[in-house]
Design a protein around this ligand. Structure first.
Ligand SMILES: *Cc1c(COP(=O)(O)O)cnc(C)c1O
Length: 424
């Protein structure tokens, strides 16, 4: 084994350091195995119940009327997430698009959108109109209100109660911290927040941005009262095989409303050809619990490696996991660059290129990104990125297999050792 790792560029000392940490994580990895087993059975049950067959893998074209594979897959998703209905479509370009469809489809002029748990994901700022933008909800007369988290990262129930008014139509909660420093919320916490909101206003729609959260736990936000959960297929539920797509699962009414935005009023879910992606969608969803497990193991391994070396990590080495993202504060530009070079060097695709910081549109500092993915921008695949500004934090996620995630982390460490930033 060591000889093979050596050929990949991992020294004996880095290998041994990693081995010791991996050995110490046995109990936690066993727990991740159990969660994945539960979720694998959940997906299998939904596939069997809906009689998935060879016929489901056909390709439709044109309008896509009567696409049996597409319609059956949407039932499989709905049954897995315990919702009445679901949209799973290649026409949904990404996670932001799925969230925008869900919002635009369910809000009307004069309604108010409430974010009760702090600022939503960056890309939603323009969807909502927090940053003025053409075509935003704000331009359609939909107002927005936000209640920030308390200093300890918990919900500010008093202010949430005060913020709910006769206009409040939809409440948006983001499960994963994304690229913020707050903790990610557990499904249980989200359930408590939804119950609180519904007690004050029972008919309010509760939507959860479920990006990066699917299959990390045995329950999903839809199991604890969410009317809609929304995510991207180039993250967890696509299992690394979906080449594009997003989903919106929820009540029949919410999903139907969203469908009239995804296509148009009158047509809704009835149109939308799948052009041959059905097989990858099914296969990806089938593998998603296992792929997510590998990514979670990688995140926990990284937290333990870097915490042991004295770097601040969020979540820390022992915290329960709610998503697949791991932040490591590296403290210097050299360390951030070295880390990303290691992730890139471990990739199956483009391993020979060196990532460099660049001026990415929309960011106030340079950003460095590492990804050697089969699907462009896929962040269920091993990837890392970080803004080139203090405190030089890297956000690391994914890995289609635990073994690959492990190599990526060992390689990042190797680059830090080679640059004399870390001594083992
Ligand atoms: C990735 C992500 C999104 C947006 O997804 P894109 O596919 O990048 O548009 C939204 N919310 C959260 C929490 C995410 O992690």
């Amino acid at each position: 084994m060591k000889a093979l790792y050596k050929q990949l560029g991992i020294s004996e000392e880095v290998f041994d350091f990693g081995k010791e940490i991996e050995d110490s994580l046995k109990d936690r990895f066993d727990e991740f195995d159990r969660i994945a087993e539960y979720n694998q059975m959940k997906v299998l049950l939904a596939m069997q119940k809906n009689r998935v067959s060879e016929e489901c893998f056909g390709a439709s074209s044109g309008y896509g009327y009567n696409d049996y594979g597409r319609d059956t897959l949407e039932k499989v998703y709905a049954d897995t997430f315990h919702t009445e209905s679901c949209l799973v479509r290649p026409q949904i370009a990404c996670g932001t698009h799925a969230l925008a469809i869900a919002l635009f489809g369910n809000l009307r002029p004069g309604d108010e959108l409430l974010a009760p748990a702090g600022k939503p994901y960056d890309t939603l700022e323009e969807v909502i109109g927090i940053r003025p933008s053409k075509g935003s909800l704000a331009e359609y007369g939909i107002s927005y209100r936000q209640v920030d988290l308390l200093a300890d990262g918990t919900f500010d129930y008093e202010k949430i109660k005060a913020a709910i008014n006769e206009k409040t139509k939809l409440v948006a909660i983001q499960r994963s911290k994304g690229y913020q420093t707050r903790p990610s919320f557990s499904v249980k916490q989200i359930g408590e927040l939804i119950a609180f909101v519904k007690k004050i206003k029972p008919d309010v729609i509760c939507m959860v941005d479920n990006c990066y959260g699917e299959f990390v736990d045995t329950v999903e936000p839809s199991d604890v009262g969410a009317d809609m959960i929304v995510g991207s297929l180039i993250k967890n539920p696509g299992g690394g095989l979906a080449p594009i797509g997003g989903y919106i699962a929820g009540t029949k009414e919410c999903v139907e409303n969203a469908s009239y935005r995804m296509t148009c009023p009158g047509l809704g879910m009835e149109v939308g050809a799948t052009l041959g992606v059905n097989r990858s969608f099914y296969q990806g969803f089938f593998l998603a619990p296992m792929v997510t497990k590998g990514a979670v193991k990688g995140a926990v391994f990284a937290a333990n490696v870097y915490e042991k070396l004295g770097f601040p990590v969020i979540p820390n080495s022992t915290e329960p996991r709610q998503d697949i993202i791991q932040a490591v504060t590296l403290g210097s530009p050299e360390a951030l660059i070295a880390f990303c070079k290691g992730i890139q060097a471990a990739a199956p695709v483009d391993s020979y290129v060196d990532p460099e910081p660049w001026d990415m549109p929309g960011y106030d500092s340079q950003v460095i990104m590492a990804a050697g993915a089969f699907v462009q921008g896929s962040s269920i695949e091993l990837s890392a990125d970080g803004p080139m500004k203090a405190p030089y934090s890297v956000y690391f996620q994914g890995g289609l297999t635990w073994e690959h995630a492990k190599l990526g982390i060992l390689m990042s460490l190797q680059k830090l050792v080679d640059a004399n930033i870390v001594t083992l």
